[in-house]
Design a protein around this ligand. Structure first.
Ligand code: DC
Length: 221
């Protein structure tokens, strides 16, 4: 059985940063499931599809041409949608909000399952998202759920946006983070919640290195 480490949690908690470092240390593959939802949202909005266009959305989910290419120079993933680089479009809060809205549709989530599970390849996978430990990789031997207070998460999200050259202010970001968490946690299908087996880490007062150390300790037991 190919091992999977799932890292779930709310927006701005630092899942992506931690997942990248841990995947590098373990030399495992990585799945940024949020990027799949974001790319899907971008593709759907380019085609003017609305959440009620269920059939068209499911067709699109099955045919989406999505490619992740690791870019060691930028220490990041380049994401291609229909052979076009869309990495920076994907990072905006507008795309995230749209992704969160489409992510409420149960049948759509189902049609994205295989695409996510295909990332499970030897020697192992680090998967980050909202439902990695509860639904997509329910059988994963290692599960982590990261939390942090909402003010800290808004600060981290804003710093991340600034690093990517995107502007924003703290009160607006705080509101966006709150709204998205509320939607992601209260939806009917695969809501954001820790799996029963997950190690819960409150990262509010921890450095990235401290979080990585705790996660690595879980996998190395
Ligand atoms: O992790 P992220 O911020 O890139 O995710 C963007 C949105 O996509 C998030 O608000 C909800 C949705 N999402 C989801 O429903 N399930 C996942 N496993 C990952 C993301």
């Amino acid at each position: 059985m190919i091992p999977v480490l799932t890292i779930d949690g709310p927006s701005g908690v630092g899942k992506g940063t931690v997942s990248n470092i841990v995947a590098n240390e373990l030399k495992w593959h990585i799945l940024d499931s949020g990027a799949i939802y974001r790319a899907f949202a971008l593709a759907a909005s380019k085609r003017d599809l609305l959440p009620e266009n269920t059939k068209e959305l499911i067709d699109l989910a099955s045919n989406l041409e999505l490619k992740f290419v690791s870019s060691p120079l930028k220490n990041d993933l380049e994401i291609y949608l229909d052979n076009q680089e869309v990495s920076s479009d994907l990072r905006t809060e507008k795309t995230a909000e749209l992704a969160s809205k489409f992510a409420m549709i149960g049948s759509l989530r189902e049609s994205l399952l295989i695409r996510q599970r295909d990332f499970r390849k030897p020697p192992g996978l680090v998967a980050d998202g909202r439902d990695m430990g509860t639904v997509v990789f329910k059988d994963a031997p290692y599960k982590v759920f990261l939390t942090a207070n909402v003010e800290e998460r808004a600060k981290r999200r804003l710093k991340q946006l600034h690093q990517k050259g995107i502007t924003g202010n703290i009160s607006h970001t705080l509101e966006e983070v709150r709204n998205r968490d509320e939607r992601d946690s209260s939806r009917k299908h695969s809501p954001l919640k820790p799996s029963k087996e997950a190690l819960i880490i409150d990262t509010s007062d921890l450095t990235v290195d401290e979080v990585v150390t705790k996660v690595m300790a879980l996998v190395k037991v």
